[in-house]
Design a binder for this molecule. Structure first.
Ligand code: ADP
Length: 492
């Protein structure tokens, strides 16, 4: 099968979070299964060019219709860890992708509407006719809309779209100008409840809703989150739209790429290890402590948090966990980036305050290499999210024998099974600690049980870590599920 992924991220070259991991990991899995996969991405100025091999001009004269004129683009081609990627570079005064950031600009709607249009125009003009176009999140929600309303009439009537929603919180709420710019000219037609009109604001369009309405299949990134989005406020207003389209909506758990996230082969960690020589993990812990200037003696567990610092991630609980860990004679390592100024200021303040503490390190920024060392060196990984569509840090943590302590929401429910309480798993199948409420007491009780086991029953703690390592959270299962969906929509 010939699959084209259109996305705003692809790890490790463009990565702000899990979306990047998923786009690259799924593409790799599809290729292993002998499908032809190509990716179309924006050519951001700030992406990691050192991860692209053989970047060259592939298509110099792509003219993309925009408002009443056309914008000239170049398309570059290069290989990212073996995957063929096309990077679109527009030449216009808007400088859509030369902003030193991926997201967070006032005109993000326009930037990604343009990208969606340019990606389709590239397929159209270069005569690429994939069986399936897989697009992701609000940034590419207009792809199926334009495909069925415009490009179908230009020889692209056989293409099918699978649309994956990684986060319902960001939906791309836009005005009429996006329709005008992209050539979706009949505003009255699109501003209808069964089309793109936002479910709350009748004067706005919702790009993610467009993705849901027009795609042949819609997925989100875990079965539990699919249920939450459909039936609870977690769908951020799209619950009814999902209900209307429930026949094509499902949840598929994200995998992780075990070529990249695997302590056996990880290039970023000083000591590789497997479940059979699990003792080697402790040398990574030593290396982590050295690198972050944490004291090595007396022996204490290291609890880690890796992730974006924003309200989704339960930052109030992250903050509390730092001090609770220190109080319980554990060490705490945080690697996180806050884009919201208030949260950023808060954690900068904490970092200054804790600067001289030998049991704590807060690293504020994005650092792929360091994240690998933390997964390998920590004993426990904390994921106290308010909501979590899938969550990757708990599954990556488990692969590295790092025991997850998570809040029971979204994909965390599908991946972490409480050592002491899980009703559906036998003791041998349990792999972490789960709490449910958002108050400090709930968090403390889960941390308490984990730290207690580490101190008092080290053999049992080790066993729990090994049970986590035994889980297969690779792309193996999800790869099969996505292919089944592609097959279904192709033959419809
Ligand atoms: P989300 O997609 O909501 O950001 P996920 O748990 O799905 O969260 O994915 C997070 C991914 O981003 C993981 O691969 C994690 O290691 C990585 N990550 C998050 N924050 C950082 C950071 N500050 N530095 C390095 N990697 C990070």
């Amino acid at each position: 099968m010939y699959v084209v992924q259109i996305a705003s991220e692809c790890a490790p070259v463009i990565k702000a979070g899990g979306l990047g991991d998923v786009v690259s990991g799924l593409s790799r899995e599809l290729e292993i299964r002998e499908n032809c996969v190509e990716l179309i991405l924006p050519k951001y100025d700030c992406m990691r060019y050192d991860h692209i091999w053989g970047l060259h001009d592939a298509y110099r004269d792509l003219w993309v219709p925009w408002y009443d004129g056309k914008i000239h683009c170049s398309v570059y081609c290069g290989w990212v860890h073996g995957r063929v990627c096309f990077f679109i570079e527009p030449h216009s005064q808007d400088n859509f992708f030369n902003r030193r950031c991926y997201y967070g600009c006032n005109d993000d709607n326009m930037r990604f509407a343009f990208f969606s249009k340019a990606a389709l125009e590239f397929l159209h003009q270069s005569n690429k006719r994939p069986d399936v176009i897989h697009c992701h999140d609000w940034q590419t929600g207009l792809v199926p809309v334009m495909l069925y309303e415009i490009y179908k009439y230009h020889g692209m009537g056989n293409q099918r779209v699978c649309y994956t929603i990684h986060n319902f919180k960001h939906q791309g709420i836009a005005g009429n100008e996006v329709l005008q710019a992209t050539g979706l000219n009949r505003a009255d037609y699109y501003f209808q409840y069964d089309k793109l009109q936002d479910n709350f604001n009748p004067f706005a369009i919702n790009l993610m809703k467009g993705g849901i309405v027009y795609s042949n299949a819609v997925t989100t990134v875990s079965p539990n989150h699919a249920w939450e989005a459909h039936y609870t406020e977690v769908g951020s207003g799209l619950g009814h739209t999902l209900d209307l389209h429930q026949d094509k909506f499902s949840g598929i758990l994200n995998g992780i790429d075990y070529d990249f996230w695997n302590p056996e082969v990880d290039r970023y960690i000083p000591f590789n290890y497997t479940p059979d020589d699990f003792e080697q993990k402790v040398y990574n812990k030593k290396a982590l402590r050295e690198r972050l200037l944490l004291r090595d003696e007396p022996q204490k567990p290291v609890i880690a948090y890796i992730g974006r610092l924003d309200n989704q991630k339960g930052v109030h609980l992250v903050h509390h966990a730092i001090y609770y860990a220190l109080q319980r004679e554990a060490q705490f390592v945080l690697l996180g980036l806050a884009t919201e100024p208030g949260i950023n200021a808060h954690f900068r303040h904490e970092k200054n305050f804790l600067n001289d503490n030998p049991d704590c390190h807060l690293e504020l920024g994005f650092n792929e290499e360091l994240s690998h060392l933390i997964y390998a060196g920590a004993d426990m990984i904390l994921v106290p999210s308010n909501y979590e569509p899938c969550g990757l840090t708990q599954t990556i943590g488990m692969k590295y024998g790092t025991v997850p302590i998570v809040r029971g929401v979204g994909g965390l429910v599908n991946t972490v099974f409480d050592r002491d309480y899980d009703p559906n798993k036998s003791p041998e199948e349990r792999n972490g600690y789960v709490f449910y409420q958002t108050d400090y007491g709930a968090l403390e009780s889960a941390m308490d049980r984990a730290i207690g086991l580490w101190y008092n029953y080290p053999q049992e703690f080790r066993q729990l870590a090994l049970q986590g390592m035994a889980y297969d959270y690779s792309w193996n299962h999800p790869g099969t599920e996505y292919l089944a969906i592609y097959d279904r929509i192709r033959h419809r």
